[in-house]
Design a protein around this ligand. Structure first.
Ligand code: NAG
Ligand code: NAG
Ligand code: NAG
Ligand code: NAG
Ligand code: NAG
Ligand code: NAG
Ligand code: NAG
Length: 920
């Protein structure tokens, strides 16, 4: 009995198995056609045609991932530089990929419209078309992709029209990023119903600024962590329902026309770290509940109509780093509680009606770098404790009612770059301790009652480019040492009681006008209104040959600007051979003879707008200075924040020059790559010349590596990404531009970082298109310490020069400082045998513990040494460098701490397995 029932069970199992196998077989028998049509579609798309046409190997093609059945589930060619999609985006038969889950074409220059057929990718969950140069409207068929969780079409600039209603079907969306396009119309109401959204990013579009509001039903989006609606044309108040978005970390509603008051419900958002409400029309006072946001790190409320005083409660914001309430109507005193917010790095309380005195306890905020209290009603003394703020770089107390003398302890602020005490009631003399402020670039003490003489030690402040001591009671002679201030571009000593003679000025940057009789006169006259000064002598500018060992760091930073200016003169000759895609440059001279154009913003911008945006180049907007020009942060009338590079106008009003300059600039604006700083336009004016760039919050890689705080924040992963970003940008210039462009001045100064430490290559001032007809022999440009050695004797510029500079920047990024010494050892590599990689890695960061990160560092260091090969031929191309990043990781084999530099130079660490080809 027992055995027969066992038998029948076994039989049953056997039958079931046979049945299953036959079912499986019929499925596979019926299946080949979808796979076959995938294969056909892959070949017909032409995307991989340069790589292979053998479709039977398609699962191994770059960027492809198949499931076990051999059906394609991912196409990610965002990093596959050898794959060319170009205008063939629409050639893909979207009907043939029933299992495709991910499509990532980001950073590939596709051009054209998004094909309507994309709606056939019914399984798609992740679609990334960011920075693809796409234009036209968003196809409504995107609404058929109902599985979609991630949709990123940001940074396409020219995508216009309104957001189609059909996107309301995408109920699974977690991330929707449409920022930096030209979308118009309204922000459709269905967006507020997509309950799975965590990141909603719509900033930088052209939404209609009279119809968009944030509705109360915003509360549907309870999972939201990021809400970025900066510059989205929003009117009306912030709904109180905002307080229900408890997961919100990042809230940016800046640059709209939002009115009403800040809802007190904002206090519920306890995870908020960033709150940007600047440039709106918010009124009322700050709700008390806001001070409960203990995780808040950044609070920007500037340029609204807020009033009331800052309460002692502010002390609860104990994580705050950046606080700005500039340009509102705040009253009351500066609360002592502010002094307990020890993480504060920047305090902007300027342009309000704050009264009382400056609390001396501010001197305890040791991390403070920026303190703006100007244009208020402050009185009393400048507390001497301010002298404790060793990290302070900008101190502005101008336009208050401060009295007493300038505390001599101000001489302790050795990091100080900007000091502005203009328009107060200060008395006494200028403290000689000021001579310790070696980094000072701008000193403004105008319109006070300062007496005594000008200390001659001011002549030691060799970085000064702005010196304003006018409208005081200063007596005695003008110290001859002022003549040594080579960088000066603005000097004002007028309306004092100075006597003696005017010193010979060596500064070549002073605005000099020809007053006839070959007499170069500075305008406005910096010495006016000093009746006892001997008659005006023509200052004859003396050129000062800077000797390289004493070049201050900022010259190195701004050297590119200088070279740009010089280059501009040569521009006519160098660029006359270029074939521009579009020769007609649309610029309209206005009545002032200005020529202004910004390509990516609608409308023209006039010189007056730039003057207004920077308050006539007020130093508080200045974010960088050098002997050759200044960089300003400016907010244009359209609301965009840009970096303005103001160049000195050296050349004559030569129409031929203007034309070639414009053509060159036009060419540069057409360079589009995610890791290249966008040049938005330029402005030529009788008085000055600007370049208008995308604004990069963190400044240069150089400065970030030298800043103890930023350097630590730039962890290994970020640094690896920075290096990859530079490589991709260079690869684009060398391989995807026609004609290819050699940057020629890759250095850590020319790599800028945005707020998330992503790298952007900047400054094409010296860039040269490799035109085959023209000789590539040229004068040496580039920054000392980054220039390839062969340039010294061959003077022939090739892409390999950039590769060398890339190697230097790469090592610098790993080491945290310029690899000067290491470069000298490379000529006798045996000296490297006892040097370990970990001995040279930036010791401000802990050694990587994650194997993947360690492998990346070793790989990158190996590549860097290959790039630094003295023989240009032996260096890899930048394309090979990029390809190297794509290879899978293999483990190191030996612990990181045992790897010597010699092993890296000799490429003994076989990671990725293809390093040999770099020698080809
Ligand atoms: C791909 O091939 C075409 C034609 O053969 C050629 O013009 C193009 O430069 C190639 N692209 C790449 C990335 O190799
Ligand atoms: C395509 O690749 C397969 C597998 O590697 C190979 O067997 C076949 O011969 C190739 N076909 C062509 C036309 O090269
Ligand atoms: C695209 O693929 C589908 C399904 O595989 C097929 O029916 C259709 O004919 C193809 N279209 C084109 C234009 O090749
Ligand atoms: C999207 O779906 C609609 C309605 O189901 C259909 O008519 C349309 O053809 C689809 N579009 C695409 C591109 O699949
Ligand atoms: C804040 O964030 C933490 C972790 O990120 C999360 O666990 C917590 O639920 C969040 N708080 C609220 C109120 O959502
Ligand atoms: C300057 O800032 C750094 C980093 O925030 C801090 O460690 C240092 O103590 C500060 N300097 C002084 C003198 O307090
Ligand atoms: C002056 O500036 C240089 C370059 O940024 C910096 O290295 C140095 O630390 C600064 N000096 C002080 C005292 O902060």
């Amino acid at each position: 009995m027992a055995s027969s029932s066992t038998f029948s069970i076994l039989l049953g199992i056997l039958q079931a198995t046979i049945l299953l196998i036959s079912v499986a077989r019929t499925v596979t028998m019926a299946d080949p056609s979808p796979l076959a049509s995938e294969a056909v579609a892959m070949v017909e798309s032409g995307w991989w045609s340069n790589y292979s046409n053998n479709a039977s190997e398609r699962c191994q093609w770059p960027g492809i991932l198949c499931n076990t059945a051999g059906s394609i589930i991912q196409i990610d060619i965002s990093d596959a530089s050898n794959i060319e999609v170009g205008d063939r985006f629409g050639k893909l038969n979207f009907s043939s990929f029933p299992n495709l889950v991910l499509l990532d074409l980001s950073d590939r220059q596709l051009g054209g419209n998004i094909p309507h057929q994309i709606g056939k990718l019914s399984a798609l969950k992740h679609l990334d078309l960011s920075n693809c140069g796409l234009s036209g409207e968003l196809p409504p068929s995107l609404g058929n992709l109902t599985q979609l969780e991630y949709l990123d079409i940001s940074y396409n600039d020219k995508i216009n029209g309104s957001i189609p209603q059909q996107l309301g079907n995408l109920v699974n969306l977690v991330t929707l990023n449409l920022s930096a396009n030209s979308l118009g119309g309204n922000i459709p109401p269905f967006l507020w119903l997509l309950t799975n959204l965590r990141h909603l990013i719509l900033d930088r579009n052209q939404f209609d600024d009279s119809i968009n509001t944030i509705p109360q039903n915003l509360w549907n989006l309870r999972r939201l962590e990021t809400l970025s609606l900066s510059s989205c044309g929003i009117v009306g108040p912030i709904p109180s329902a905002l307080g229900q978005l408890l997961n919100l970390k990042y809230l940016d509603l800046s640059e709209n026309k939002i009115n009403g008051s800040i809802p007190s419900e904002i206090g519920f958002l306890s995870n908020l770290t960033l709150l940007h409400l600047y440039n709106n029309k918010l009124g009322g006072s700050i709700p008390f509940s806001l001070y409960q946001l203990t995780n808040l790190e950044t609070l920007y409320l500037d340029s609204n109509q807020l009033k009331g005083s800052i309460p002692q409660n502010i002390e609860k914001l104990k994580n705050i780093n950046f606080l700005s309430i500039t340009n509102n109507s705040f009253t009351g005193h500066i609360p002592l509680a502010l002094c307990r917010l020890s993480k504060l790095e920047s305090i902007y309380l300027d342009k309000n009606q704050i009264s009382g005195s400056i609390p001396s306890c501010l001197g305890k905020l040791f991390n403070l770098r920026t303190l703006y209290l100007d244009s208020n009603l402050l009185e009393g003394l400048i507390p001497k404790e301010i002298g404790n703020l060793a990290n302070l770089t900008s101190l502005r107390l101008s336009q208050n009612k401060l009295s007493g003398s300038i505390p001599f302890l101000i001489g302790n602020l050795e990091a100080l770059r900007f000091l502005d005490l203009t328009k107060n009631r200060l008395i006494g003399s200028i403290p000689i301790e000021i001579e310790n402020l070696a980094n000072l670039t701008s000193l403004s003490l105008s319109q006070n009652k300062l007496s005594g003489s000008i200390p001659s030690c001011i002549g030691n402040l060799s970085n000064l480019y702005n010196l304003e001591l006018d409208s005081n009671l200063l007596k005695g002679p003008i110290p001859e040492e002022i003549g040594r201030l080579f960088q000066l571009s603005n000097l004002n000593l007028s309306f004092n009681e100075l006597s003696g003679s005017v010193p010979i000025l060596s500064a070549t940057k002073l605005r000099i006008i020809d007053a006839g009789n070959n007499c170069n006169k500075i305008s406005p006259d910096p010495f006016d209104g000093n009746s006892r000064l001997s008659p005006y002598m023509c200052p004859s500018p003396v050129t000062n040959k800077a000797n390289s060992s004493t070049i201050p760091y900022y010259i190195k930073i701004f050297l590119p600007i200088a070279i740009f200016s010089t280059f501009s003169i040569l521009g006519y000759f160098l660029f006359s051979r270029f074939k521009l895609k579009n020769n007609s440059v649309s610029v309209q001279p206005t009545k002032n003879g200005d020529l202004c154009s910004i390509w990516n913003y609608d409308g023209k911008i006039a010189y007056e707008d730039i003057v207004a945006a920077t308050e006539d180049f007020d130093f508080r907007y200045c974010i960088g200075v050098g002997g050759y020009g200044s960089v300003y942060r400016a907010q244009l009338p359209c609301g965009k924040v840009v970096a303005l590079k103001k160049l000195h106008r050296l050349e004559a009003e030569n129409p031929a020059f203007d034309k070639s300059f414009k053509n060159e600039i036009k060419f540069l604006t057409e360079i589009r790559h995610r890791s290249i700083v966008k040049l938005h336009g330029y402005c030529l004016h009788r008085r000055s010349m600007f370049l208008i760039y995308e604004y990069m919050e963190k400044g240069s890689l150089f400065c970030n590596l030298r800043d103890e705080v930023e350097a630590v924040e730039m962890d290994w992963t970020k640094r690896v990404e920075i290096i990859k970003g530079i490589a991709h940008a260079l690869s684009y210039l060398h391989n995807d531009c026609s004609p290819p462009i050699v940057h020629r001045d890759i250095s850590s100064n020319n790599v800028l970082l945005n707020s998330s430490f992503e790298a952007f290559v900047a400054d094409f001032g010296t860039a040269k298109m490799l035109d085959l007809e023209s000789s590539n022999r040229t004068i040496i440009v580039g920054t000392c310490g980054y220039v390839a050695p062969e340039l010294a004797y061959t003077m022939v510029v090739t892409e390999k020069c950039d590769v060398y500079s890339f190697g230097v920047v790469t090592l610098e990024t790993l080491m945290g400082k310029h690899p000067e010494e290491l470069l000298s050892w490379l000529s006798s590599p045996t000296s490297l045998v006892n040097m370990r990689l970990i001995d040279v890695l930036d010791n401000r960061l802990p050694l990587p513990t994650i194997p993947l990160v360690a492998q990346n560092l070793v790989r990158i260091a190996t590549l860097a040494f290959a790039c630094l090969n003295p023989q240009p031929k032996s260096r890899p191309t930048i394309k090979e460098v990029c390809e190297e990043f794509l290879h899978g990781q293999t483990s190191l084999g030996i612990p990181l701490r045992m790897i010597s530099l010699l092993q890296l130079v000799n490429r003994e660490m076989h990671i990725g397995g293809r390093t040999e080809t770099c020698n080809a």
